[in-house]
Design a protein. Sequence first.
Length: 361
Amino acid sequence: MRVELKNIGKKYEGREAFTIRHIDLEIESQEFCVILGPSGCGKSTLLRMIAGLNSITEGELLFGGKLMNKVEPKDRDIAMVFQSYALYPHMTVYQNMAFSLEMRKESKKLIHERVTEAAQTLQITDYLYNKPSDISGGQRQRVALGRAMVRNPAVFLMDEPLSNLDAKLREHMRVELVRLHQDLGTTTIYVTHDQTEAMTMATKIVLLDQGKIQQVGAPEEFYNRPENLFVAGFIGSPTMNILRGTMKEGRFVIESGTVSVRPEEADRAALQAYENKPVILGIRSERFLSGENGDNTFEAVIEVVEMLGKEKLLYAKLADGQQIIISQPGHFVYNPGEVHNFHFDVEALHYFDAETTQRIV
Ligand SMILES: Nc1ncnc2c1ncn2[C@@H]1O[C@H](COP(=O)(O)OP(=O)(O)O)[C@@H](O)[C@H]1O
Ligand SMILES: [Mg+2]
């Protein structure tokens, strides 16, 4: 089901300002759309409006072209999964999953089919006759998913469904959710504050900050082409390195002369307008290359070396004191206190306006 949001806004009763506003968004049928952003930015508010649990202050919500603003949640053909999965403790897994269908007075046969099918997909068949207290947190979260699945909704709405799970299980469930989505093809709108979840699961990411959309796009676009400094800093781990400098004679330089880079051809035209002006340069840690390479070379003092296996993270300092994180292959040898030459992969540099923090294009 195609979901459209047109200029959607929410102002809670008794509040002065809108919590979110001017949200324009198209979610295609079968998409896995992740609404991402820091705590308090309005993700749940938005999802609850789509679900019908929050009223819509302004704008239009459409499902398959039909206006949904005043439609009751139960008539929206959605199923929701929350962070706290709140299973009924006195019911078996089977009964928990069957409950909503029983409320709808579906036949015993259909209920049995749906529950056993969902249980198979989620690999919880062995626990169908256990009580929630007898199964693990991960299994319970799967039951909560199953409870949503049996309803066979047009849209899944999920609000941080993995937040209560430990790291290992969360990783596992991420893959399961992607697989599930590939199998079922159900349009999914998934809320999280975790950029890794967004990057690994989404076909489309919507990044919110303070109730406003910062960028919409595929994970690759977020990683390779952040539209502003907030996006650049929010996506990717380690965080993108940010260097403050000035454009001088067509080069990005840091005042003390410690760093001086000649932008690649494609970036030069846009940067001409910034001659003698402050510019912010962004570079991901894996885009620093070791060794010298002409006049794009700089020196860095290694302060801390973090061995992560396939890569090493070098926490290093430039001569003017700015700190950077450099990623290098795990088998390269570096020691704290050493000074090394590095250079920039000029094709992987991001330039931002120091005042507006918007990407310079
Ligand atoms: N029922 C409510 N009444 C008033 N303000 C609310 C209500 N629910 C949430 N808010 C406020 O709206 C803002 C966004 O909250 P929320 O949508 O829960 O953010 P997120 O899910 O991104 O953490 C917060 O400042 C929160 O305090
Ligand atoms: Mg929330």
